[in-house]
Design a protein around this ligand. Structure first.
Ligand code: NI
Length: 146
C-alpha cells in the first residue's frame, strides 16, 4: 500500500515526466501497488504523482476493468460537455462540479511499452481526463465550476 498525498502537498503540482525505460523492474511493482492502493482507498482512478512518483502513469477502474495507462495523451475530445461531481483521493470526502467533454480518444502505452488506444465515454472518459490532469499538476479544484 502506498500513501496517497493530500492537497495541498506541493508534489501534486509537479508536472510528471514520460516513462522512457519500459524495462525498469520497478515499473510493474509501482503499477501493481497503485492498483492495490486505489482499490483499498475505494477510488476509481489514481495517478502516480498522488503516490509520490513523478512518472506519467495512471490507473483507472471502471466497470470492473482496470486500465493502466503510461504516457497517456488525449488525442481528441467531443465538443459536447457535461457537468459532473468529481471526487479525488487527494481531497478526501469532497466533491466538485467539473465540466468536461463526454467523449475522448486517448493514446497511451501499456506496461510492456505497447501502444494502446482507448475510446472512452461516460464515467471512463471523465476519470481518464481527471487522472491525466494529475500528470500535469492540474487538480480538480482548478477545473471546478465556481
Ligand atoms: Ni484525483
Amino acid at each position: 500500500m502506498l500513501k496517497v498525498l493530500k492537497y495541498p502537498d506541493d508534489f501534486l503540482r509537479k508536472k510528471a515526466r514520460e516513462v522512457e525505460d519500459f524495462k525498469n523492474p520497478d515499473l510493474p511493482r509501482l503499477v501493481s501497488d497503485m492498483v492495490k492502493t486505489m482499490e483499498a482507498e475505494k477510488g476509481i482512478g489514481l495517478a502516480a504523482p498522488q503516490v509520490g512518483s513523478d512518472l506519467r502513469i495512471c490507473v483507472v477502474r471502471v466497470d470492473d476493468t482496470v486500465h493502466t495507462l503510461i504516457n497517456p495523451k488525449i488525442k481528441s475530445s467531443s465538443r459536447k460537455k457535461e457537468i459532473f461531481e468529481e471526487g479525488c483521493l487527494s481531497f478526501p470526502g469532497k466533491f466538485f462540479p467539473v465540466e468536461r467533454p463526454i467523449k475522448v480518444k486517448i493514446k497511451a502505452r501499456d506496461l510492456s511499452g505497447e501502444k494502446i488506444k482507448i475510446k472512452a465515454n461516460g464515467l471512463l472518459a471523465r476519470v481518464l481526463q481527471h487522472e491525466i490532469d494529475h500528470l500535469d499538476g492540474i487538480l480538480v479544484i482548478d477545473r471546478a465550476i465556481k
